[in-house]
Design a protein around this ligand. Structure first.
Ligand code: AMP
Ligand code: GLY
Length: 464
């Protein structure tokens, strides 16, 4: 990485450099109860830290790693800060976006507890799509499609009627990844887009107006990077699969699975494309600073490679789920030091990445995407899954009396490594035999055919 001293300004904690991460020892509170938080907690625990957790469900994987669990609404910033103080947490890592929007980092700062995750103002890069788009345009940063933001239905409708291209309608506020509708996918045409705008204003979806964008076409990819407000430490790229079913069909979901390849790029993304995306993120950080919203935490750019180059689809102010699992699994070095020093404003330590591919596949309740079946029993044979060389991360499930049940969200993820994605996918296929209950997964993620399709898509986009 960049300039850096290896000592932290945190008082009272023993800090070492990444090579000796096993001696780092703190009490770290992890906020969130999904697979992303499970792998974060597992990693921080393996680096010698004691884990505390705060989550709305009772995630068995995280609970097992924790000395104490607070089961609560994850946006209850004051309550979580109180728990952190009461349990003597030295540091807090926030997984999901909702607590960040609720100002958990600001609340913890007032309590004198450092936190990995931006304050409410900086988290607007995710929680306000109109702020994110506006920031790029104000600072002349490339990557925006044609767009306009509106606080009134009639202005938005008038704008759509004047557009000579298909549009995407986005509630500006947070909608858990399910509020965006694209003409040609969830919407038939621009007339239907106008109707959806009406629904957004009538029902208050997202609660903060709409952004109307030009519809882009291409392949999406995720670039995640730790930021101390000034510098970025990027992870390898990964690609999520948002649609519920094989072949990118069915409703949009929070993400059904993801893969990464051994060189840190993707079958359709070359080094130049990746650097273009990183450069957009670097300029965004500088813009945030200049507007008094220094961003310390994890900046996750959702990009699309189009025939017109790399475009920004959205920013997120947190690790991606599922792609966090792909990248943390291959990261070597002390993550604790990296996260703490970023929160402190002086990124130190370093990460290197194993040259291996990864595949992550979510198992979700039957009906997920439309009407998920909640509270149904699931069985998981952890030992047999581990014997296939596959990692299991628990998501939105509940455990009571040793029995697991589904919630309305993604239940758990299987993650495997391999020389090629299809080697990892084959392992996951075998491990999947040790799972029972009303859950389903996407069987195409990471397969040889899927990778070939991605490569061809990339060739077509680069040829133009
Ligand atoms: P977002 O919540 O902004 O990531 O949008 C959800 C999904 O909608 C993205 O993952 C894309 O698949 C799609 N999407 C968002 N913006 C655009 C756009 N301008 N053009 C085409 N698809 C888009
Ligand atoms: N990969 C989707 C998300 O984390 O929002």
């Amino acid at each position: 990485m960049h300039e850096a001293g290896s000592t932290s300004r945190y008082p009272g904690h023993l800090y070492t450099d990444a090579a000796d991460a096993s001696t780092v020892s703190m009490k770290i509170l992890v906020v969130g109860g999904g697979c992303r938080e499970h792998i974060i907690a597992e990693r921080l625990s393996s680096e010698g830290n004691a884990i505390l957790s705060a989550m709305k469900n009772r995630n068995p994987g995280i609970s097992r790693l924790s000395d104490a669990v607070l089961q609560c609404d994850e946006t209850a910033a004051g309550r979580i800060a109180g728990f952190a103080r009461e349990k003597g947490a030295d540091f807090v890592v926030v997984g999901p976006e909702n607590p960040l929007q609720a100002g958990i980092a600001d609340e913890l700062a007032s309590a004198g507890i450092p936190c990995f995750g931006p304050g409410r103002d900086a988290a607007e890069i995710e929680s306000s799509k109109s702020f994110a788009r506006g920031l790029l345009s104000r600072h002349g940063i490339p990557g925006n499609p044609e767009f306009a933001s509106f606080d009134s239905e009639s202005d938005a409708v008038r704008y759509i009627r004047s557009c000579g291209h298909d549009v995407v309608v986005k509630p500006s506020g947070l909608t858990g990844g399910k509020g965006v509708k694209v003409v040609g996918e969830q919407l038939r045409d621009n007339a239907e887009a106008c109707e959806y705008v009406g629904e957004i204003f009538n029902r208050g979806i997202g609660g903060a107006g709409v952004v109307i964008e030009e519809r882009l076409r291409g392949e999406e990819f995720s670039l995640q990077a730790v930021s101390d407000g000034k510098r970025l430490l990027p992870f390898p790229l990964a690609q999520d699969h948002k649609r519920a079913h094989e072949g990118d069909t069915g409703p949009n979901t929070g993400g059904m699975g993801s893969y990464s390849i051994s060189n840190g790029l993707l079958p359709f993304v070359n080094a130049e494309d990746r650097n273009e995306a990183l450069c957009i993120m670097q300029r965004t950080l500088a813009a945030m600073r200049s507007e008094g919203r220094e961003f310390r935490g994890l900046l996750y750019g959702g990009f699309m490679l189009t025939d017109g180059g790399v475009k920004l689809i959205e920013y997120n102010a947190r690790f991606a789920d599922p792609e966090s699992m792909n990248v943390i699994a291959v990261a070597r070095g002390g993550l604790t030091d990296v996260l703490c020093s970023a929160a402190d404003g002086s990124l130190s330590g370093s990460l290197s990445f194993e040259h291996t591919a990864t595949v992550c596949r979510y198992y979700v309740p039957h009906g997920y995407g439309d009407r998920p079946v909640k509270g149904s029993p699931i069985t998981v044979d952890e030992e047999k899954i581990a014997a296939e060389g596959v990692k299991l991360y628990y998501g939105s499930v509940n455990e009571k009396g040793g029995k697991l049940t589904t919630t309305t969200s993604r239940s758990f993820a299987l993650l495997a490594k391999g020389d090629e994605p299809w080697d990892a996918a084959a392992r996951i296929e075998r491990a999947g035999q040790h799972i029972g209950g009303l859950v389903y997964t996407r069987k195409d993620i990471g397969t040889r055919e899927e990778m070939q399709r991605k490569r061809s898509a990339g060739e077509a986009l680069h040829r133009v």
